[in-house]
Design a protein around this ligand. Sequence first.
Ligand code: HEC
Length: 125
Amino acid sequence: MNFNHLFSSIRGRAGMLLPAGVTAAAAVFAGIGDARSEEEITPKDVYYFACALCHQTGLNAAPRYGDRKAWSARIEQGRETMYQNTIKGMGAMPPKGGKPNLTEEQVKMAVDYMVTAVGGWPEEN
Ligand code: HEC
């Protein structure tokens, strides 16, 4: 499956839901690969840039942001398992959510961002 195509075809619709976040994150990530900008990127930026497309909408049955029921059994697998599944890809989710330029740390930040939203994994990091 061509996820770039998926992304551009969905963006029109998702844009109705997330215009501000997506625009801000796109601006932040314009500088990706530039070491200077890396520490300014927040978990929320990564989420809107790389994850919200599916996780905000439930696209392809992705567990939705803030949906405790959808996340609880997954969270029980443990933090490291969820990190690895996200980095390597799982089911309809491509590796790193389809954004190979993300560092593993950035992917983990975004996982934490979604898990925290449903009350999981307090700041043991
Ligand atoms: C193309 C859509 C898509 C994108 C983009 C996407 N995901 Fe997912 N994600 C999914 C789907 C679908 C699942 C459920 C996979 C399954 O259970 O087979 C999932 C599952 C997950 C899980 C649960 C993994 C587990 O072990 O149960 C985590 C954590 C996750 N995604 C994090 C992220 C993060 C972080 C990003 C952004 C960097 C991201 N996803 C981007 C579709 C996506």
